[in-house]
Design a protein around this ligand. Structure first.
Ligand code: DGY
Length: 322
């Protein structure tokens, strides 16, 4: 028997993080290559002092009660924390943390990757070559969209939205953005223009979403918004799936209401809306925007650091409780 504090990690994460935690605590990791079920999560958290959780782990009052009153902190291995019931944790005195800042570059790079891949039809062209369909160079094969000097609409000017603007600036893109807080310094630095949502939808050649998932942003893009976009426009989503009405998006892509979409996130992951995977004008990848080695290690460092601090009676770096 040991009186070291006990930490549970709900999925394999970089070994550096586990080693850092093991220097202080007893640590158990779910090394199965699948997310825990709700019942498993409750059972594995029982008696723990701390946990590292993922977006796939719903942490609500019932789960916290199953863990027990000794639980001090749940550190999400993500910047998003829509899997947390923050009010329920706050009522129980459980600290919740996330990993902001360290995944901005990776996520913004991935956003540009999706934008470029969709515009230049990379996934479709790759499949064409692999399937042996290529007969040689032809002027009208896989003609895509121009990116340089086109208008990029950014919905949500947080850290990731700004980082995307910085990268898009290298393509001389004309940047418009919507956000509740206009930022004049940002506008001056990037020649950007603050616009309302209608203008954003109407003018963007590429629309990229960087809003958090909140009740107000659920289906921020639905059938009406898709109709308001250019028929030559591309929608990029590396924020959260439910920000887009995926059924309406399938219809808009199918009917040519918009030209294409690049999606990293989905409404009901890992399921896709019926018909989405059959469409050729969409690039779909499995929620990998932050999947780079340095980012994953940095996310782990923040999560472990928060746990070490809280279990030693100190304040965490990145608390999400009010
Ligand atoms: C996050 O951190 O919120 C991403 O969606 C997963 O890395």
């Amino acid at each position: 028997m040991t009186n070291r504090k006990s930490v549970y990690v709900t999925r394999a994460i970089p070994v550096e993080t586990i080693e850092e935690l093991r220097a202080h605590f007893d640590v158990e990791v779910n090394n199965d290559d699948r997310a825990l079920s709700r019942a498993e999560l409750q059972e594995r958290l029982r008696g723990r002092d701390a946990a590292i959780t993922l977006l796939t782990d719903t942490v609500d009052g019932e789960v916290l009660d199953a863990a027990g009153p000794q639980l001090r902190i749940v550190a999400n291995y993500a910047v998003g924390f829509n899997n947390f019931d923050v009010a329920a944790a706050t009522r129980r005195g459980v600290v919740l943390t996330n990993t902001p800042g360290v995944l901005d570059d990776a996520t913004a790079t991935h956003t540009m990757t999706l934008l470029l891949a969709t515009a230049r039809r990379i996934a479709e062209a790759d499949t064409f070559v692999r399937q042996g369909c290529w007969q040689g160079w032809a002027p009208m094969t896989f003609v895509g969209l121009d990116v340089d000097r086109r208008t990029l609409g950014i919905a949500g000017l947080g850290r990731i939205g700004r980082n995307v603007a910085k990268k898009a600036h290298a393509f001389d893109m004309n940047i418009i953005y919507s956000d509740v807080r206009p930022d004049r310094a940002f506008e001056a630095a990037f020649g950007a223009r603050h616009v309302d949502k209608d203008t954003l939808l109407r003018e963007a050649d590429f629309l990229t979403l960087h809003v958090p998932l909140l009740p107000e942003t659920h289906h921020y893009i639905g059938a009406a918004e898709l109709r308001a976009m250019k028929t030559t426009a591309v929608l990029i989503n590396a924020s959260r799936g439910p920000v887009v009405d995926e059924v309406a998006l399938v219809e808009a892509l199918r009917s040519g209401e918009i030209w294409g979409a690049g999606l990293d996130v989905f409404e009901d992951e890992p399921k896709l809306a019926p018909g989405l995977a059959e469409l050729r004008n969409v690039v779909i990848v499995p929620h990998i925007a932050s999947a780079t080695p340095a980012t994953r290690i940095a996310m782990g460092r923040i999560a472990a650091g928060n746990i070490i601090k809280v279990l030693n009676g100190r304040a965490p770096e990145t608390c999400v409780n009010p």
